[in-house]
Design a binder for this molecule. Sequence first.
Ligand code: CTP
Length: 391
Amino acid sequence: MKPCVVVGVTSSIATFKAVQLVSDLLKKGYDVEVIMSENATKFVSPLTFSSLTKHKTYVQTFDRVDHYDVEHISLAKKADVFIIAPATANIIAKVVHGFADDMLSTTFLAANCPKLIAPAMNTQMYLNPITQENLNKAKALGYHMIEPCVGLLACGDTGTGKLADIPTMIDAIQMVSHRDKPLLHKKVLVSAGPTREALDPVRFISNHSSGKMGYALARAARDMGANVTLVSGPVQLQKPYHVEVVDVISAQEMFEAVTKDYDSYDYVIMAAAVADYRPAKVAAQKIKKQEEATSFDVVKTQDILQYLGDHKTHQKLCGFAMESEHMLANARKKFETKHCDLLVANNIHTEGAGFDVDTNIITLISDQGNTELAQASKEELAYQILEALCK
Ligand code: CTP
């Protein structure tokens, strides 16, 4: 059964966004309960949330009429995750000081589950030292902060205070609702996406990698408790919550980013599809003037995985192999020559596998032999790859 998320909704012009948050959480299969502050009901009707969740939307602590359950306690016990979104300066001040004067603050105080706060307010209110002190207190209490964005606010000001976007809030909920943390205190480095090699200021050599598998691995490692750095080539994907992202373009930049502090990592996963070739200047003797060149030579880019395998000390190293034929034999060869602890092999010609699709069909190559995994989403496979790597 999917976890129960209790969404606390307080009064802000961003209150309407909580409707989308609840709707998206339901689509992902979460059981959702909503508690609103009295003032939030001036922006959105409790009926809107009830129609979506199929549960009563709670506002008052003592508004129960038909049964004898102590609702703030039963909801607090039912909650696997508690998020207040949008959270006003007022509710943040209340919950960090233990106030319990309405249904939301009372249930929040009674709940013993991971708690998230997504602030939304005017910039000056947000930057006010009192609010900042309360936010620091919330962090010290172990509440996860989903930082507001910078943008044009309803009051006409531009600055920090805009409610974080919904995918980021859902990503944060996914992180805290994953209870199994075998990678706690471990450092994980993941590379993802394609790299690009510039031919000139306009054109480049690259490949069709979407980065989806690498991003799923970074999220899964984070969910499993790791401290994750994601070195990403150019992709069109949402940045994962609570993951340090280092953006790179070329193979050389990726090489520099993944070898920096290489020794500090426990697990390193090269899921990036590094462009295999980079343009090289046409040899001077072939043409009279370099700038008149109409063709170019290509040379192999640095094999980053090979370098990592050759220089590893204690790290567990995972590589990928995208093969078009003789998948198992070629992948086993890469596993051995690149000194990997695990190699994830897939076939570019198999339907439902490879670049830019949401599923994958993979075989894990290790010292223990080959393990073929059933077709699954890249998210599900990411957990299985990490479990195999940390065995
Ligand atoms: N890789 C790398 N640096 C490169 C090329 C590939 O680190 N310049 C890594 C990829 O991130 C992947 C693994 O090596 O983890 C295998 O990549 P793949 O493209 O399948 O193999 P190649 O080594 O490039 O060999 P080929 O393309 O000839 O099959």
